[in-house]
Design a binder for this molecule. Sequence first.
Ligand code: 1GP
Length: 248
Amino acid sequence: MSVYQALLQSTERQRAGYLVLIDPDKWSEEAIVHFVQQINDSGADAIMVGGSLNTRGNWDRKLVQIKESAHLPVVLFPGSLSQVSEHADALLFLSLISGRNPQSLIADQVHAAPLVKHIGIEPISTAYMLVESGKPTTAEFMSGTRPLPRSKPDIAVAHALAAEYLGFKLIYLEAGSGAELSVPLEMVKAVTSVTRVPVMVGGGIRTPEAAAEYVAAGARFVITGNVLESNQDPHLLSAFAQAVHRHV
Ligand code: 1GP
């Protein structure tokens, strides 16, 4: 079974899936293994790995450590072409459809595709949509694109429908890592009410209660990153997993 199918299947059992993002650039090699072990035991559904910058240069070594210690699927969320690697089970094959930069809409994908084929990793085609979140985010700056206006759910809906008709397997509504304001619930509701494509929500989600609200609004996957980097509390990890699964 593909990772994509397995993730969808888990959301049928428990309503929605909880994904934990590790940005290897933010962790030491020693700390990363310990964190992966905590994630293994937390009830999370998968580990996502990616980031906007690689300032330490030991990306692949950390990826191997993550993959070797993980008991869950490891899914790459590449911030750039250089993050495509065989040391994972799948990768989000992203197109930044909220932007109008041809590089992140199709050019990077053309470069990545033969490599993905060569290493045999499972690509999950993902319509990536940046949503305005208070102040400029790294993803916004690095991609040179403008995010969707947060007060215009109809624009997000139009993008989501286009993503569905273009055949994307996943829609990712992203406020950006460490976002001041997470994606508006109204926007998630509007998008999930018009499309059957599973919707993932991330960026600036800091509490299990907020995660549960996204599930109630129709999100199939919720992702957190920053909140667990600054607070490596296994109880918080489990609380997120339970809140997403229980759909309180
Ligand atoms: C970023 O959506 C992810 O791409 C996670 O965001 O780090 O703010 O949780 P946070």
